[in-house]
Design a protein around this ligand. Structure first.
Ligand SMILES: NC(=O)c1ccc[n+]([C@@H]2O[C@H](COP(=O)([O-])OP(=O)(O)OC[C@H]3O[C@@H](n4cnc5c(N)ncnc54)[C@H](O)[C@@H]3O)[C@@H](O)[C@H]2O)c1
Length: 246
């Protein structure tokens, strides 16, 4: 699972799963571009990567903006001398029952989670094509497969990410670019901290392994999918959920 000589770009890497992923990729030898709308957080993660002896850069990017994602890919390719691994991790929730969900909440979630993944993949793929080597890993969700009351926007965005993953896998296979998704279950981050205690307890009761996941549980799967060890895997959705869905 060695990643030395590879340049990884992780979106939403200022905190949570994205941050853990950026640090794990660095610990396996990759240089890392840390991308987030929150520049201060991105800078902290990038400094941690530098302290590990890898090259890093922090970029303030809103993944919903294709001009910004094009500039992002170009500056990473130029400054870090390559762009081999893209992790589409930036994501948001705006939960509410369908009957009461506003158009703004629907659009915001689809824009970041689905269009953001499309924008970043499109911006990065041309550099991966030049290198004839690429790994795209999209962070989906268990609810993109199962659905979830109160998450029409979020589950639709994540189901969309799974469709996007399979299409990129088919379109780019001949260029030696693989594309896979990781579908986390419930992982302890700021996103799930917001859930009420009784909801957390009900979720826990549905997890055979008896605990919520940690960001590192997801990060290690990303490292594997980014590595040469996973060179024959593409179009796959890897469930990382403690057995909650199988
Ligand atoms: N935590 C979970 O239980 C869980 C479960 C399934 C899937 N996921 C997915 O994992 C990913 C990471 O989740 P997390 O729990 O670490 O969330 P988080 O809220 O802790 O972190 C998300 C990061 O994305 C950044 N971001 C948001 N909008 C952005 C934009 N427009 N452009 C760039 N960056 C943006 C935020 O600033 C933040 O740093 C998300 O895609 C989420 O949907 C999380």
């Amino acid at each position: 699972m060695q990643l030395s000589g590879k340049v990884a770009l992780v979106t939403g890497a200022g905190q949570g799963i994205g941050k853990a992923t950026a640090l794990k990729l660095a610990s396996y030898g990759a240089d890392v571009a840390v991308v987030d709308v929150n520049y201060e957080n991105a800078l902290v993660t990038a400094n941690e990567v530098t302290n590990m002896g890898r090259k890093a850069m922090a970029l303030k990017v809103d993944v919903t903006n294709p001009k910004q994602t094009d500039e992002m890919a170009q500056s990473v390719f130029t400054e870090l001398q390559g762009l081999h691994i893209l992790v589409n991790n930036a994501g948001i929730t705006r939960d509410g029952l369908l009957m009461r969900m506003s158009e703004a909440d629907w659009d915001a979630v689809i824009d970041v989670n689905l269009k953001g993944s499309f924008n970043c993949a499109k911006s990065c793929i041309k550099y991966m094509t030049k290198q004839r080597w690429g790994r795209i890993i999209n962070i989906a969700s268990i609810v993109g497969i199962t659905g979830n009351p109160g998450q029409a926007n979020y589950s639709a965005s994540k189901a969309g990410v799974i469709g996007l993953t399979k299409t990129i896998a088919r379109e780019m296979a001949s260029r030696n670019i693989t594309c896979n998704a990781v579908a986390p279950g419930f992982i302890e981050t700021a996103m799930t901290d917001a859930l009420p205690q009784d909801v957390k307890e009900k979720l826990l009761a549905q997890i055979p392994l008896g605990r919520l996941g940690g960001p590192t549980d997801i990060a290690m799967c990303v490292v594997f999918l980014a590595s040469s060890a996973a060179g024959y895997i593409t179009g796959h959705v890897m469930n990382v959920n403690g057995g909650m869905y199988m």
